[in-house]
Design a protein around this ligand. Structure first.
Ligand code: ZN
Length: 271
């Protein structure tokens, strides 16, 4: 027969081992939510010469833009189109008039543009992106100008000096957009400074990227490192996202505040 104290020691050891195993599930410290980074909607997709879009890729749920524009029909993915509409409304309220210059482009359109440019100048001068490497093929990127620049042939970095460009730079993140090709990131993006080219990434990431003045390339490296660090510490990112998705549905409560106004509160029930 073992003594009581030995049993107690065994039980305590088991509890300690179990507790330490539990403690090994690391907590998530990166300031962007795991589910955002899991990116099921492809809002964070990096489209570059190193990660080309395939010729048969077509973004889902493209919708027509009902905004001032320089040409005929233009489309963006639904979420980006709605966000851009809100951005145009806010610009109008601030006293600025914006015009869409270019939105979604198919692989074929990009290919034709690229070949025309090549024919005209005899070389790839970097102005028109190689087919498959243009963000416009994702349906999440848009070129926006003011009236003055819609009247000019071509777009140049000097557009940045206009009040419209300044307003967009300062406010785009509020609508889920980032300035994709910043002046001081050209060596990272491989693309010239494009103060007119905005890319939809969603509110949370847009705020993080613009607050921290990052390129999408830098952000991608950063969050991939955060996921790798989480897994190196014993976490399972896929499982973490699965758990976050499986939070119980929010309870909808109708409450009245002191003034008698109806107020809707959302909160998660403790499991
Ligand atoms: Zn563009």
């Amino acid at each position: 027969m073992m003594k009581k104290s030995v049993w107690l020691l065994i039980v305590l050891t088991c509890v300690a081992v179990a507790a330490s195993a539990w403690a090994q599930t690391p907590s998530w410290h990166y300031p962007v939510k795991p589910l955002t980074l899991e990116d099921r909607s492809d809002f964070l997709a990096l489209t570059t010469l190193e990660s080309l879009i395939s010729a048969d890729y077509a973004p889902y749920h493209l919708v027509d833009l009902r905004l001032r524009k320089t040409g005929g029909d233009m489309q963006l993915r639904k979420e980006a189109a709605e966000a851009l509409t809100r951005m145009f409304e806010a610009a109008t309220e601030a006293g600025f008039t914006l015009y869409v210059k270019s939105a979604y482009r198919s692989y074929q359109t990009q290919k034709t543009m690229y070949e025309n440019r090549l024919e005209r100048y005899g070389r790839d001068d970097g102005v028109v992106a190689y087919p498959g490497s243009s963000e416009h093929q994702t349906g999440l990127a848009v070129d926006v100008l003011n009236y003055e620049w819609t009247q000019q042939d071509g777009m140049r970095p000097e557009f940045a000096k206009t009040p419209e460009a300044r307003w967009m730079f300062d406010n785009c993140a509020r609508f889920g957009f980032i300035l994709r090709y910043m002046e001081d990131k050209q060596d990272i993006t491989g693309i010239i400074y494009e103060p007119w080219h905005f890319r939809y990434v969603g509110d949370e990431v847009a705020a993080y990227i613009m607050d921290n003045h990052l390129s999408l390339e830098e952000f991608t490296t950063e969050y991939q490192q955060a996921i790798a660090a989480y897994e190196a510490a014993g976490g399972d990112f896929v499982l973490l996202c699965k758990r976050e998705r499986e939070l119980p549905p929010p309870l909808l409560l109708n409450e009245a505040n002191a003034e008698g106004d109806s107020e809707v509160s959302l909160f998660y029930q403790e499991p």
